[in-house]
Design a binder for this molecule. Structure first.
Ligand SMILES: Nc1ncnc2c1ncn2[C@@H]1O[C@H](COP(=O)(O)OP(=O)(O)OP(=O)(O)O)[C@@H](O)[C@H]1O
Ligand SMILES: [Mg+2]
Length: 260
């Protein structure tokens, strides 16, 4: 079954966060777990990478866009910055009511908070933070959180619940610089179990570059694989379309589960 319960994935834009998250979700289903995959990246794309049928994906409303529900639960309309609103809205029914499910994976999309930048104090951010807290602390599924380059929606109260915070790094200085920033943001809220996964590795020297530059311990890498590009173009499930990458992620799961 494994020891881990909650995994968050972060890193620079386009580095492979969604690819890794999607394969992790399927691998934990294979290991017998109930899995909930959360698309916390405003740009989205996780449902498609997971291979959810488009008709099903079309039914998903991002939680941040549920204006009536946010109003009902927080007492303020989304976008109302000065207003009083609850920082502890009820969210326990949301995962079951607003998720879609396919091949053993429950999927929920958080959506975008139109504020630009961090620290938006608005009803919708209170809602998302309460929801992520609930998912981390009170649900026992294997949770895979596909994030942006940051720690949005996480906080000191939830840091303990994150079993592994994975930063994806590609062979490139910007990706390493982002990994450093992400590690600092994570450390600031008390997340210390941060590990790197290399991606788009073409050869041994790419992997050396990542290992040398990574600010955190590396768990393994994914080779550059044209099957992933193909899958992305066709909108196909990455898990089915890229067996070699799946095998590489399987090795990463083993490394993760073997951590102290
Ligand atoms: N190992 C790889 N080999 C080849 N292509 C890859 C690899 N990993 C990811 N890609 C491709 O790179 C692109 C970005 O990958 P992905 O969407 O997983 O990154 P992301 O970090 O989630 O991006 P975003 O920041 O936009 O959410 C996709 O087209 C994907 O197919
Ligand atoms: Mg993504």
């Amino acid at each position: 079954m494994g020891k881990l319960n909650k995994i968050a994935v972060s890193g620079k834009g386009g580095v492979g966060k969604t690819t890794l998250s999607a394969i992790l979700a399927h691998l934990y289903v294979e290991r017998g777990r109930d899995v909930i995959a959360i698309d916390a990246d405003p740009a989205g794309g996780l449902a498609e990478a997971l291979g959810f049928p488009p008709e099903l994906v079309a039914q998903v409303t991002p939680v941040a866009e549920m204006d009536d529900l946010i109003y009902e639960r927080t007492g303020a309309k989304p976008g109302s910055y000065g207003a009083f609103f609850s920082l502890n809205p009820r969210v326990d029914d949301i995962p079951d009511r607003f998720s879609i499910a396919h091949r053993g994976i429950r999927f929920l999309r958080l959506g975008d908070i139109e504020s630009g930048g961090s620290g938006c104090i608005c009803p919708e951010s209170a809602m998302l933070k309460a929801l992520v807290t609930h998912l981390l602390l009170y649900r026992d599924e294997m949770l895979i959180l596909d994030m942006e380059a940051g720690v949005e929606h996480l906080g000191r109260a939830t840091a303990r619940a994150v079993d592994a915070f994975l930063v994806v790094i590609e062979p490139g200085r910007r990706s390493i610089a982002t990994a450093r920033q992400v590690r600092k943001l994570a450390a600031d809220i008390g997340i210390h179990r941060v590990y790197a996964v290399g991606n788009k590795v073409r050869n041994e020297s790419d992997w050396e570059f990542i290992k040398e530059g990574s600010p955190v311990p590396t768990l393994g890498y994914l080779s550059v694989n044209p099957e992933l590009t193909e899958a992305d173009m066709r909108g196909a499930s990455i898990f089915d379309a890229a067996p070699k990458t799946v095998a590489e992620v399987r090795a990463i799961v083993e490394a993760l589960e073997a951590l102290d």
